[in-house]
Write a protein that binds this ligand. Structure first.
Ligand code: 5AD
Ligand code: FES
Length: 353
């Protein structure tokens, strides 16, 4: 099995059968070897730095009804909120003071934030903070809308593909949400020129190792600049509330594989990873990740962005999360940096601006 890891490092891809074999044979020794190689590759590209992104969860209204997600339309138990433009800008302001140079605006698919409104928000942020990157994570739109967001100045876009298997996608979503449209969105975003992030939940209900191998092949073909993965965690008010969570070990193993597959990828150690294990994010970095996304949302709304149960950081101020992450990273020998942190292929372009 170690030879497969060596070959993945050299050639950046394996067959789906080989990925399945690695995932099946995964054990402590194999994982330790994978993490050693992944960290070496990550260090060659990024040294011992971890990029920080300021995450602003600006609305938890959502017209979608994904079976796994706590802010799905049918969940009547979650109090809904939407931040005003002024509140969002003031999150950016405090984030900027704390040193953040990337703002990630994430929200449910909330019709009240029309495309012109979203674009105007992006323009205002870019005007006030011209040295910052803006990442949008607001779901599925027609291509023309993505073009408008890009023209408004958005630099990056996160849209997890959730699962590359069409059958599995239909197990996780109602029939009006199609795997074809999800993939169409990602391709459009890529073609338009965004730095794009896709990704999947690990251990979501019905997921097989073959599905994960398919995910890896999908990611390899899309060649995204960012990949967001985290364990599935049940949320008690959803149809999957009684399902088991994904595991720390499997998520870390996939982070390691992703680093060898896409050496330059921006790979976050996610909040979900920090939720299933107290040192999940540190372990994610030690498996090959190189990004953390501390929360900048106002404290009173944080627990309402309840995608899953027991989410961390819901009671902490932005400054506390910033400090906390800095010392967590220092504890494993890493330095947090707050530059824009573009993907290496995009650095020249953004320096020209
Ligand atoms: N557990 C883990 N991750 C979740 N997400 C949504 N619900 C859950 C859950 N219950 C993830 C999805 C989505 C991202 C914003 O959060 O992958 O794309
Ligand atoms: Fe939020 Fe540690 S990152 S409290």
């Amino acid at each position: 099995m170690k030879q497969l890891i060596d070959r993945l490092e050299r050639e950046h891809i394996l067959t789906q059968q080989e990925f399945i074999a690695l995932l099946e044979k995964r054990n402590k020794t194999l994982a330790a070897y994978l993490f050693e190689r992944a960290v070496a590759v990550r260090k060659a590209v990024y040294g011992n730095t971890v990029y920080l992104r300021g995450l602003i969860e600006f609305t938890n209204y959502c017209k979608n009804d994904c079976y796994y997600c706590g802010i799905r339309r049918s969940n009547g138990n979650v109090p809904r909120y939407r931040l005003t433009e002024e509140e969002i800008l003031s999150c950016c302001e405090s984030g900027y003071t704390l040193g953040f140079r990337t703002f990630v605006l994430q929200g449910g698919e909330d019709g009240a934030f029309s495309v012109p409104r979203l674009c105007s928000l992006v323009r205002q942020i870019k005007e006030r903070f011209p040295d910052c990157a803006v990442t949008l994570s607001v779901g599925e739109f027609p291509r023309a809308d993505y073009e408008a967001m890009f023209a408004a100045g958005a630099d990056r876009y996160l849209l997890r593909h959730e699962t590359a298997s069409a059958d599995h996608y239909r197990r996780l979503h109602p029939s009006n949400q199609t795997p074809e449209n999800r993939k169409r969105c990602l391709q459009d975003l890529k073609d338009i020129g965004f730095q794009v992030g896709c990704g999947m939940m690990v251990g979501s209900p019905g997921q097989t190792l073959a599905n994960l191998a398919e995910d890896l092949h999908f990611i390899y073909e899309l060649r995204p600049q960012m990949v967001g993965i985290g364990p599935f965690i049940p949320q008690h008010d959803t149809p999957f509330g009684g399902e088991p969570a994904g595991t720390l070990e499997e998520t870390l193993f996939l982070l390691g594989l992703l680093r060898l597959m896409l050496p330059q990828v921006l790979l976050p150690a996610t909040t979900a990873l920090g939720t299933i294990h107290p040192r999940g994010r540190e372990l994610g970095i030690l498996a090959g990740a190189n990004v953390c996304m501390p929360n900048l949302s106002p404290v009173p709304v944080r627990e309402k962005y309840a995608l899953y149960d027991h989410k961390i950081c819901t009671g902490d101020e932005a400054a506390e999360c910033r400090q906390c992450l800095q010392s967590r990273m220092a504890s494993i020998g890493y330095t947090t940096v707050v530059s824009r942190g573009d993907h290496p292929d995009f650095q020249r372009k953004s320096e020209r601006n």
